[in-house]
Design a protein around this ligand. Structure first.
Ligand SMILES: [Zn+2]
Ligand SMILES: [Zn+2]
Length: 350
């Protein structure tokens, strides 16, 4: 699997630009043509998101649902959605096909192949090349179990390579030497996917930018749901890094790992298997652009925006514990006072 590494702050055309002054006019004209051709080539291919995602059911035991929904965005890009009945996380999984290799982004929340036939489905979607299935690279947006539970199923596929889940493994596989700075690149053959470190939700988090479709696959970094913050400073820096990276690049959609909001922007109960009237999956550049400011204004606990919620689960849990302890102390104090006053009243009667 060819993975190469290059500094994020170096725009793709800068090498051409820096050489432009020291070449003859003829060569310059040729390079200008090449540059134009490159720009035209980098125009993303269109795709369809005209799909109604499986919303689960109020009573999953009575519902007959396919565990995995497959949507062809365009002939070389597939979106798979795990049924909310199969697991409340209802993960989105993405399959990107190049001419030499394919990339699977995340493997979802369900390990059991009988309950979730992930490997079988991927095998059916993978095209043949020279009489064999296209080699597959399995990468994760981050190491949380709901994004990698399907890994063991895929190990049995032919020509499969799975990116390690620990931070050191991620860094060395992609060749990051100055984490979280720099951008890695995965060459799938006529299709390059950029890997952008995005720690904050989890220290191993990366986002994938696909030049073919102009899609940012954002995992749990940015999605229509709860942005669960583990390290607010790292998260904020990641938002700035992604905004900067995409400043000069086309961006058709931002596709995350889950949908946790309804169309009105209200969150489903945590753990719910039923998502009626879901928010659309795709977010836009405006959502990303607003994210750094949302972090700068964040009160440290909870903030609701139309397309996402910022929340720090550990802090909220601590705040709940503090409130619960305060209420308990108040109740004990009140009961004690009541008992004392009754005792005094009884004593005064004697
Ligand atoms: Zn996560
Ligand atoms: Zn997740």
């Amino acid at each position: 699997m060819k993975v190469f590494h290059r500094d994020a702050r170096q725009p793709r055309t800068s090498f051409v630009a820096s050489q432009f002054t020291c070449v003859s006019w003829k060569v310059a004209t040729g390079m200008a043509f090449l540059l134009t051709a490159t720009l035209a080539w980098s125009e993303p291919v269109p795709g369809s998101l005209d799909v109604h995602w499986n919303e689960g059911a109020a009573d999953c035991s009575a519902a007959q649902q396919d565990p995995l929904q497959i949507h062809k965005y365009e002939p070389q890009t597939f979106i798979l959605r795990q049924s909310p009945c199969a697991d409340f996380e209802a993960n989105f999984i993405y399959l990107l096909i190049g001419s030499d290799k394919a990339l699977l982004i995340d493997t979802g929340a369900v390990a059991d192949p009988k309950a979730m036939p992930l490997a079988k489905t991927i095998l059916e979607l993978l095209p043949d090349k020279e009489g064999k299935k296209l080699p597959l690279l399995v990468a994760h947006t981050h190491r949380h179990l709901d994004h990698r539970a399907g890994d063991p199923q895929l190990e049995s596929l032919p020509s499969v390579q799975i990116v390690p889940i620990d931070l050191k493994g991620v860094q060395s596989f992609f060749g990051f030497t100055d984490w979280p700075n720099g951008i890695a690149h995965v060459d799938l053959g006529d299709r390059t996917v950029d890997v952008i470190p995005t720690p904050g939700h989890n220290q191993t988090h990366v986002a994938f930018y696909d030049g073919r479709t102009g899609i940012l696959f954002s995992g749990d970094f940015l999605l229509p749901g709860r942005l669960l913050i583990d390290d607010a400073a790292a998260y904020h820096d990641s938002t700035l890094r992604v905004v900067d990276f995409l400043k000069t690049r086309p961006l058709n959609h931002i596709l995350g790992g889950h949908i946790e909001l309804n169309a009105a922007g209200r969150a489903y109960r945590f753990g719910s298997h039923y998502h009626p009237n879901e928010h659309r999956l795709e977010l836009a550049r405006a959502d990303l652009i607003a994210l750094p400011t949302a972090f700068e204004r964040f009160n440290g606990f909870y903030a609701q925006y139309p397309d996402y919620i910022l929340t720090n689960p550990i802090r909220n849990l601590l705040a709940l514990v503090v409130i619960a302890v305060a209420v308990l102390i108040f109740i004990v104090w009140g009961v004690r006072r009541l008992l004392l006053s009754r005792r005094r009243a009884r004593a005064s009667k004697v």
